[in-house]
Ligand binder design. Structure first.
Ligand SMILES: [Zn+2]
Length: 106
């Protein structure tokens, strides 16, 4: 019970930190990275599962905070399966996100 409350607070904190980090990207990139790092640390410490919007801001391979359009490239796949490809420009790792489920909602 108490653990759940702590996790809820942690999740909120992570969201706030990531929102701030994204705001800070254009102004002060260093602060943005620090906030992202802190958010990740909180999430890992409490084993909080991050929202998809937050998860794709971190490279799956090098675990770094990647700024969309700057440190990462997002492309729409041209194959039959609807997916987007996210390329981390820091380590070059590409991963796919399949969109089929959300296609219905469009
Ligand atoms: Zn990477």
């Amino acid at each position: 019970m108490r653990r759940q409350i702590i996790k809820d607070i942690a999740r909120d904190r992570v969201r706030i930190l990531m929102a701030n980090a994204l705001n800070e990207v254009r102004g002060n990139e260093k602060i943005a990275h620090q906030q992202a790092y802190l958010a990740k640390k909180i999430a890992m410490r409490l084993r909080v599962r991050l929202d998809y919007e937050i998860r794709h801001l971190f490279c799956k391979k090098c675990k770094q905070f990647i700024i969309p359009g700057k440190d990462s490239r997002i492309r729409i796949g041209r194959t039959r399966t609807k997916c987007i490809r996210i390329t981390c420009l820091k380590c070059g790792h590409t991963y796919h996100k399949i969109l089929i489920k959300s296609y219905k909602d469009l």
